[in-house]
Design a binder for this molecule. Structure first.
Ligand code: ATP
Ligand code: MG
Length: 410
């Protein structure tokens, strides 16, 4: 029988990999809480229309990357490629459009059929924040500042730059789109096939192209600034003012459009040069049209998502592995050792029992697994109600009354 392999683009999270992953989530959850975000968990699969309708048919995600399937009841379902659409669907179906604003944090797996490489997987994980029901630039600033504080707490803010852009309001965007169509039509011959389709269906998306030839054209394409309406320009000004006051450094990148169709005004990415081609660690923007697309009332919203794998790779020091106390029966003392290990656990101490082998073997194993202490209970000690407690870091050994063990090990 051929050996079973993990599905291409998926990874097992074991040991240090899992600890890095969990540390990113725990830190993000904590910081998001400081900003008043509550955690939601929405289903990992949704009706395909939740994504197809809202992410934009021309987006890479919908046109090439979705894991969609027909279930046994004949319904078309899709493994979520991102969580913003699911959160908006949940907002509407739980009747929460009457209780705004909602500040949502989430963490979990996402699925996209992409070419796997470093920092790019088919099952990957995101953390994200969404602030739904606030149209003010202060909301954008708070959402971005929460992201920035998470990166700071993770110790990676210094290796990351916040790049900020505006996509304006509808009027600005319509005018800008016409300018882009004129420019790219004049250079049609040099555009990639994908971008020729984008030119017809969603020309702004060409700015997001990964094709090298397209990128050269994009470098000289018009920027949105001359096309911004006064109110869209004022919105962008205010956002930058708030960010500066909040101590969040930022630079302008007029090429950021975001991959998904529903963005307006703010678009931003936290990028690093430390991860090669996969340099975007956190990305988001304002998506005022999405809740309405989902069947709710017109509702302004802003948010971001960050790839946990990419953040995990940037963590300088991996979180330390937890260290156990190992209780080792030497001789016929296993029954007592079981009682002792349970007492320690119930006192809040990570404790394990040494299985198998003679005392030497068990001690070797305790050292190898990185235990912090060994509690050795020989028959003579058992008779006197004591144990040998050995500190495996310093090598010091003391006799300790069984009743005092928990206090000595706390
Ligand atoms: P990219 O340009 O890298 O494909 P994207 O625009 O598709 O990114 P978003 O949909 O904005 O990405 O997702 C937000 C974040 O989620 C990204 O910045 C990245 O950190 C992470 N991410 C997206 N796709 C993947 C993937 N396939 N594997 C790992 N992380 C991913
Ligand atoms: Mg992508």
């Amino acid at each position: 029988m051929s050996e079973l392999q993990p599905v291409r683009g998926t990874r097992d999270l074991i040991g240090e990999d899992f600890r890095r992953h969990a540390h990113v989530i725990d830190t993000a959850r904590h910081v998001a809480g400081l900003y008043g975000f509550d955690e939601w968990a929405t289903p990992i699969f949704e009706d395909t229309r939740v994504f197809a309708r809202t992410l934009g048919e021309t987006s890479d995600v919908v046109s090439k990357e979705m894991y969609s399937f027909t279930d046994r009841g004949g319904d078309s379902l899709t493994l979520r490629p991102e969580n913003t659409a699911g959160v908006c669907r949940a907002l509407v179906t739980n009747g929460l459009t009457q209780s705004l604003p909602q500040k949502v944090f989430y963490a979990g797996p996402m699925f996209r059929y992409e070419r796997p490489q470093k920092g790019r997987y088919r099952q990957f994980h995101q953390i994200g924040c969404e602030l739904i029901g606030a149209a003010e630039p202060l909301a954008d600033a708070e959402v971005i500042a929460a992201g920035f504080d998470i990166l700071t707490r993770l110790g990676i803010a210094d290796s990351v730059i916040l790049e900020l852009n505006t996509l304006g309001d509808r009027e600005s965007r319509d005018a800008y789109r016409s300018a882009l169509v004129a420019y790219f039509t004049a250079h049609k011959a040099s555009l990639s096939e994908d971008s020729l389709t984008r030119l017809e269906r969603n020309p702004m998306r060409i700015l997001d192209s990964k094709n090298e030839g397209d990128k050269a054209l994009v470098a000289d394409a018009p920027i949105i600034d001359p096309y911004l309406t006064p109110s869209a320009a004022a919105f962008f000004e205010q956002l930058q003012g708030h960010l500066t006051r909040m101590g969040v450094a930022h630079t302008r990148n007029a090429r950021i459009v975001r991959g998904l169709d529903y963005y307006s005004h703010t678009a931003f990415e936290f990028v690093t040069t430390a991860l090669g081609a996969q340099g975007t660690v956190m990305a988001g923007g304002r998506y005022d049209g999405l809740v309405e697309e989902m069947g709710g009332p017109p509702t302004p919203a802003v948010g971001w998502a960050a790839g946990i794998e990419r953040l995990s790779m940037l963590l300088a020091a991996p979180p330390a592995a937890p260290r156990s106390v190992v209780v080792i029966p030497a001789g016929e003392t296993e029954a007592l050792a079981v009682e002792v290990v349970q007492t320690l656990r119930r006192a809040g101490i990570r404790a394990e029992i040494g299985y198998r082998g003679n005392l030497k073997r068990r001690m070797e194993r305790a050292n190898k697994q990185g235990a912090r202490a060994a509690v050795i209970i020989g028959e003579a000690e058992a008779a006197r109600g004591v144990a040998q407690m050995k500190d495996l870091v310093t090598g010091e050994q003391h006799e300790v009354a069984l009743g005092d063990l928990a206090a000595r090990l706390t």
